[in-house]
Ligand binder design. Structure first.
Ligand code: ADP
Length: 602
């Protein structure tokens, strides 16, 4: 009677596992399919066991007893072979492909063996409450069981190092408990241990089969990795593309700048200015695409450094004035004098944010005014910069304001079609403001004008900036550095020509070479220069490598400026860290060149 109760409990318990397993999401692999089959067959086995025990208890003479006993033997053959197949699968699937074909082969073998077992004679006799079976059918099942155990043991012993041992544990338990169970059952036939053993082992396997959840997670991780790789490839492609575009642009901007200094007719000068304006726009687009791809790949970093706010504002004012050009617009600026002068934050990104808004104001305003205001609120060492740009431009319809920060979204295309733009500017601006934990607010009256306000927190370094020599005149006067020697190293011939042309107006002595080896040779031969401009991306030996080698030369103290078309943010810091004295990005801007030459040649 206890045996029957135990069987009922075991059935209920196992039934629960089956429900849990089949109600969960899983990936269909051979292993999980095999496990599903094991579960189903096992539950049939328990039912058969239950039926035969009940019959033995309550109706020993029943004619059903014999077929049920036979089916039970067939179940034992089936489950043993399934365990063998599972053992072979986990032992050898990494080395050989074990697939559907083998599985169908196994089913065929099970059918044949089951057929044999079914037709072999089986006898019952009873003693007390127990039904004993004997005969060829039972012996045949025992032989199949013994062979199965041997194969499993062989596989486990041969492969236990290869397969994660954990996976073998239930199988080992199956083999050992199976043998033990068979003995116990022989000595104490009323104990019914075999089905328990199988049930217990199948249950334990729930935790060692390639966990369905883990597989799912693995697959998800794989998919994420692939998406990340694709995204990285895109970012890399865009970064390369921007680099490639910058190189010819360098030539266009460089030669145009040089042409402007020549004595050419006014109409030609105007056209050259247009070329430069178009190149600037192209550069802006390239940078925008690069930025947005970096933001999307979560690669855009905020690099905080100390900076002087008034210098940034001055630059912004100059750039906006150029952008407004001849338009009848009054450009008003107001700067709160109580704002601390030296701050700590990402000034490049700050400048980019404000420049985007100022440029838009200049682009979308035909006449009237643009007001650029900078004020601040100070609290506990933090300066909250409040920067606003108000214009009397075309304005934005209230229902369009939500789309303002979506990438590639240009509003009022019919009205603004003649105004150049990609629809990336404000999308980038918003992302940058978010990255810097700031806020951006837009107020606008359609047809009247708009006001963009940005609030950004920056750390305060000093309230007053150190007094410096006025730099403004650098932009107006043509600087000259007669007698100074400059070495330019760049593998690209056109770039060398551009550099020569740009440097010509400074009346310096320029020497150009197209590789780092020659530069090292020249320095070793005691040739002296006042400054070296060095391209970084050179074949065979990069600018950085050349610099390292130069620094190994005794007495080397010539300032080396990295010259690169790689204008991703943070590059300046990167090159300074690498040991360069400064950084000049291509296309070379005249004001930047002025700054560097003044800094190192004066
Ligand atoms: P774009 O490159 O087109 O200027 P932005 O992302 O900078 O892209 O701006 C998106 C759109 O928002 C613009 O196309 C324009 O329609 C509108 N917009 C932006 N700033 C202003 C402004 N100051 N006045 C009116 N419309 C503006």
């Amino acid at each position: 009677m206890y045996g029957l109760l135990l069987q009922i409990v075991s059935f209920l318990f196992f039934f629960l596992i089956v429900v849990i397993y089949f109600s969960k999401k899983r990936i269909n692999t051979i292993e999980t399919k095999l496990y599903s089959l094991l579960l189903v067959i096992n539950i049939i086995g328990i039912l058969l066991d239950l039926a035969s025990t009940s019959l033995a208890l309550f109706d020993r003479s029943n004619i059903l007893l014999k077929p049920i006993s036979k089916l039970y033997l067939i179940y034992l053959i089936g489950i043993s072979l399934l365990f063998v197949y599972y053992t072979i699968f986990i032992s050898y699937s990494q080395r050989f492909s074990i697939g559907k074909k083998h599985f169908y082969g196994l089913l065929a073998i099970i059918c044949v063996l089951a057929g044999i077992c079914f037709f072999l004679p089986l006898y019952n006799f009873s003693e007390g409450n127990i039904v004993y079976t004997y005969g060829a059918s039972t012996t045949f099942t025992k032989i199949v069981g013994a062979i199965s155990y041997s194969i499993m043991l062989f596989c486990i012993i041969r492969n236990y190092k290869i397969v994660r041992f954990k996976k073998y544990l239930p199988l080992l338990a199956f083999v050992l408990l199976g043998v033990l169970g068979a003995f116990i059952q022989m000595v104490y036939p009323e104990m019914l241990v075999i089905t328990f053993t199988i049930t217990y082992v199948t249950f334990a396997m729930y935790f060692t089969i390639e966990n369905p959840d883990m597989r799912l997670i693995e697959q998800l991780n794989l998919a994420r990795d692939q998406a990340e790789k694709a995204n990285n490839a895109k970012t890399e492609f865009l970064s390369n593309m921007s680099h490639e575009i910058r190189t010819p642009l360098n030539a266009i901007v460089g030669f145009s700048q040089a042409l402007l200094e020549e004595d050419i007719p006014d109409t030609a000068k105007e056209e050259v200015k247009d070329i430069m304006m178009a190149s600037d726009n192209l550069l802006e687009i390239v940078n925008g695409i690069l930025d947005i791809s970096k933001i999307e790949a979560n690669k855009l970093e905020i690099i905080n450094t100390e900076y002087q706010l008034n210098k940034i504002i001055k630059e912004l004012v100059t750039l906006t004035k150029t952008r407004i050009g001849e338009k009848p617009i009054e450009f008003r600026t107001s700067f709160d004098p109580s704002t601390p002068e030296v701050l700590y934050g990402d000034h490049t990104r700050l400048k980019q944010i404000v420049l985007n808004i100022l440029t838009n104001a200049a682009k979308y305003t035909k006449e009237g005014f643009i007001e650029f205001k900078v004020s601040s609120v100070i609290k506990e060492g933090i300066c909250r910069l409040i920067i606003s740009v108000e214009d009397s431009g075309i304005g934005i319809k209230p229902e369009k304001i939500d789309n303002l920060f979506t990438k590639f979204d240009r509003l009022e295309v019919e009205k603004t079609i003649t105004i150049e733009g990609t629809g990336l500017g404000l999308a980038i601006t918003k992302k940058l403001v978010d990255l810097m934990h700031g806020k951006i607010v837009v107020q606008s009256v359609y047809g009247k004008g708009s006001k963009f306000t940005v609030a950004l927190d920056q750390k305060i370094v000093a309230t007053k900036a150190p007094v410096e020599i006025e730099e403004a005149k650098m932009e107006i006067e043509q600087l000259t550095f007669e007698g100074k020697r400059i070495l330019v190293v760049d593998d690209n011939k056109v770039n060398l020509k551009v550099a020569m042309r740009l440097l010509k107006s400074y009346k310096v002595d320029v020497e150009v070479i197209d590789n780092g080896f020659e530069a090292i040779e020249k320095i070793k031969n005691k040739e002296s220069y006042d400054i070296i401009l060095m391209d970084d991306m050179m074949p065979k030996m990069s600018g950085t490598e050349t610099l390292q080698k130069l620094k190994e030369i005794e007495d080397f103290h010539i300032p080396v400026i990295s010259l690169t078309a790689n204008a991703i943010s943070g590059m300046r810091e990167k090159y300074l860290n690498l040991g360069f004295n400064d950084y000049l990005s291509k296309p070379i801007e005249k004001t930047e060149l002025n700054r560097i030459l003044t800094k190192f040649l004066k």
